[in-house]
Design a protein around this ligand. Structure first.
Ligand code: DGL
Length: 262
């Protein structure tokens, strides 16, 4: 199975994109809602949660891990890669590759949690692949709780999004990376407020396409993971009331959520 984890429902946007790109590859998903949000926690804490999540997914039969959380990817991926021999892919590299390729004037904005922005990993990676680019980052700590609350189209959410995007508009970015897997749920709110001419890069879609290209080229991994008869499973470490509706919005169908301790 393909193991996927996030602090909450955001990683379901990744799970959904993978489901669409890679049919027949069952998923085991873990949303660590009991400890969400990760983005305001210390790197040491996020690394420990990520370790527990990975252990859980491996016990469920995952053969490959997708870190579907930018906060975890930007702080815990070196630890996870050095401790586990399984393939581990994360949301950051595919989004960086895409943004560097499509940006017309090299003016790239990133929005994410505090943990992701403070890590500086997006800037570092963007400069490595496109040294001429100007990167502008904005931490948006209020957005994950608003999404987890299901406040996707509320007036208050629109006002907060506008305030966060204002400095990036001033910098005249041409490309915006949604550096948090919760943010695709706010795309309709974000797009008009950053400006229609700005290309929006959704890290969820990019990681799914990246995984598809890995599966297309690695026949052994493909054979190990392709199990069309096995159903996907979705675990959460807590079940606050908006979670079912959000999962149904993301997948376009009701999703059976199983509660577990991590
Ligand atoms: N979806 C997670 C991310 O991509 C949200 C992190 C959080 O829980 O703060 O960063």
């Amino acid at each position: 199975m393909i193991g996927i984890f996030d602090s909450g429902v955001g990683g379901m946007t990744v799970a959904r994109a993978i489901e669409q790109c890679c049919p027949g590859f069952p998923l085991v998903y873990l949303g660590d809602l009991a400890r969400s949000p990760y983005g305001s926690k210390s790197p040491a804490m996020i690394t420990e949660y990520s370790r527990r999540n990975t252990e859980f997914l491996l016990k469920q039969g995952a053969k490959l891990i997708v870190i579907a959380c930018n906060s975890a990817a930007s702080t815990a991926s070196p630890f996870l890669r050095s401790h586990y021999h399984q393939s581990i892919i994360d949301v950051i590299h595919p989004a960086v590759t895409k943004a560097a390729a499509v940006s017309r004037r090299g003016r790239i904005g990133i929005i994410g949690t505090r943990a992701t922005i403070n890590s500086g990993l997006y800037e570092q990676r963007l400069h490595a692949v496109r040294p001429d680019c100007k990167v502008h980052s904005q931490a948006c700590p209020l957005l994950v709780p608003l999404v987890e609350e299901g406040w996707l189209e509320r007036r208050e959410t629109k006002m907060i999004v506008k305030k966060y995007l204002h400095p990036l508009r001033d910098k005249q970015i041409d490309t915006l990376i949604l550096g948090c897997t919760h943010y695709p749920l706010l795309k309709k709110t974000i797009a008009p407020r950053i400006g229609r001419k700005v290309d929006i890069i959704d890290s969820s879609v990019e990681v799914a396409l990246h995984l598809k290209s890995i599966l297309d080229t690695d026949a052994d991994l493909r054979a190990e993971l392709y199990r069309p008869e096995t159903p996907s499973r979705f675990f959460v470490s807590d079940m606050p009331s908006p979670v079912h509706a959000l999962a149904a919005t993301i997948f376009g169908r009701p999703v059976l959520l199983e509660q577990t301790d991590v």
